[in-house]
Write a protein that binds this ligand. Structure first.
Ligand code: DP6
Length: 360
C-alpha cells in the first residue's frame, strides 16, 4: 500500500465558459466548455495514512515539498481557505465510494490525511478549486491503487480511459477541475466527455497566459452560486445554443491556428458571461474600477494587428493569452500605463501527474 504520495495538477483558463448547470448536484454543465491548461500554476496534493480511522483534511504542510521541488515551483506556497476543507472531505468520501467498484483499487479501511497547497496566490483570479480537486482526486486514486506502477502506466497517456475516468470523478467535486487532467487545449462536453482538443503540434500550443492581478481578495459570490444565479437573467434565453455555436467556432479557430478569430471569440464570450452576472435577478458583479479601466485601455488597442486573447473568469482579474514575445510586449505597455499592476504568468501544458510516492 502507498504510504505517502504527492500529485500535481495545473489550473486552467476557459475561453468558452462553464457557467450554468443542467444538474447542480452532479456538476453537469448546461453546455460544453473549452480551456487552456496552465502548466505553471499548479496545486499539490499529498495523501498519507491517517493515525485514526477518520479521513482528515490537514492545513499544515511544512514538509509537503522538498526544497528542490519548492524551487521548481518558483513561488511560495499558499493554503486553500479553511472553508474548502469541508469540500475536500466530501470529495474523499465520494472517491472512496466510486473507486471501491474498480478492480485496480483497494480502498483502505483506515483513514487518509489529505494536504493540498497552491503554487500561486489563492484568490488571484486563478481557479484554485480546479487544480486542487484534480490533484486530490489523482493523489487519492493512486494511493488506493493495488499496484502503483501499473496505475502509472495506465494513467500516463493523455487519451487513456483511466485519465478520463478520474477527470469525470474530479468533475463531481468541482466541475472545471475535469479539464485539468489534459492539455494544452481541453474540451468538456454535455455528455461529460473530457478530451484533449489538439495534438501537440497544433499551431496554438505555445500560448502564454499573463494574469493581470487586479484584486486578490476572496470573491463575494462563489462560482457555485454564480452557476445558479445566471439562469435568472433574461439573457439566459438562448445562451445554451449561443455557447455551443461559439464553442464550435473556437474549436475551428484553434485547429486553423487563427489567433485573431480566437481573440474575437474569447472577448465576446467573456462579455457574455459577465453580462449574465450583471443582469441576473438580483444582479451582481465581480468587476472593480480597475477592471473597467483596463478593459477600456484594451478597447483603445483593439485595432492592433496582434490584439491578444482576453478573458475574465468569475472574478475581477484579466487573463491575456498571446505568444511569448507578444506577451512580454503587452506586459511592458501595461506596466507603463498601470505601474502598480501585478502579474502572474504560465505557459500551456499537459495535465495532472504524480510526482513521487513511497510504499510501506
Ligand atoms: C467561471 O468549476 O468553480 O471559472 O462546479 O460549482 O465547483 P463548481 O464550479 P467551478 O466553475 C468555474 C466557472 C468559471 C468558468 C470555467 O472555468 O469554465
Amino acid at each position: 500500500m502507498v504510504k505517502r504520495l504527492l500529485a500535481r495538477a495545473p489550473s486552467n483558463i476557459a475561453l468558452l465558459k462553464y457557467m450554468g448547470k443542467a444538474r447542480s448536484d452532479l456538476n453537469v454543465p448546461a453546455h460544453g466548455s473549452l480551456s487552456m491548461t496552465l502548466q505553471g500554476l499548479a496545486s499539490y496534493a499529498e495523501v498519507t495514512q491517517s493515525k485514526g480511522n477518520e479521513d482528515r483534511s490537514v492545513q499544515d504542510w511544512p514538509e509537503l515539498l522538498s526544497s528542490d521541488e519548492r524551487a521548481a515551483c518558483g513561488l511560495p506556497l499558499f493554503s486553500n481557505p479553511a472553508k474548502a476543507q469541508e469540500k475536500v472531505l466530501k470529495h474523499v468520501a465520494l472517491c472512496r465510494e466510486v473507486l471501491s467498484g474498480e478492480a485496480w483499487a483497494a480502498v483502505p479501511t483506515y483513514g487518509v490525511e489529505v494536504r493540498c497547497v497552491n503554487g500561486f496566490p489563492t484568490g488571484a483570479g486563478i481557479a484554485s478549486s480546479a487544480s486542487s480537486l484534480a490533484a486530490i482526486t489523482l493523489a487519492l486514486a493512486w494511493s488506493f491503487a493495488k499496484d502503483p506502477d501499473e496505475f502509472r502506466e495506465a494513467f500516463s497517456s493523455q487519451g487513456s480511459p483511466l485519465r478520463a475516468k478520474l477527470a469525470d470523478l474530479s468533475r463531481r467535486g468541482s466541475g472545471s477541475s475535469c479539464r485539468s487532467f489534459m492539455g494544452p487545449w481541453v474540451e468538456w462536453n454535455v455528455s461529460q466527455e473530457v478530451s484533449q482538443l489538439t495534438s501537440h503540434d497544433s499551431p496554438l500550443r505555445d500560448l502564454v497566459d499573463l494574469v493581470l492581478v487586479v484584486d486578490d481578495q476572496p470573491k463575494l459570490v462563489s462560482s457555485s452560486d454564480a452557476h445558479l444565479r445566471v439562469t435568472t437573467s433574461p439573457l439566459w434565453n438562448g445562451r445554451v445554443q449561443r455557447a455551443e455555436d461559439r464553442l464550435s467556432q473556437i474549436r475551428s479557430a484553434l485547429q486553423q491556428g487563427s489567433l485573431e478569430s480566437l481573440a474575437q471569440l474569447a472577448w465576446a464570450e467573456a462579455w457574455e458571461m459577465h453580462s449574465l452576472f450583471h443582469t441576473a435577478q438580483p444582479p451582481f458583479s465581480y468587476w472593480t474600477g480597475r477592471t473597467m479601466e483596463l478593459l477600456q485601455w484594451f478597447s483603445h488597442h483593439q485595432t492592433d494587428r496582434r490584439f491578444p486573447v482576453l478573458t475574465l473568469d468569475a472574478g475581477p482579474n484579466i487573463h491575456l493569452l498571446a505568444r511569448k514575445a507578444d506577451c512580454l510586449g503587452w506586459k511592458e505597455r501595461l506596466q507603463c500605463a498601470f505601474p502598480s499592476l501585478t502579474f502572474l504568468s504560465s505557459e500551456s501544458g499537459a495535465g495532472a501527474e504524480v510526482l513521487r510516492w513511497t510504499t510501506a
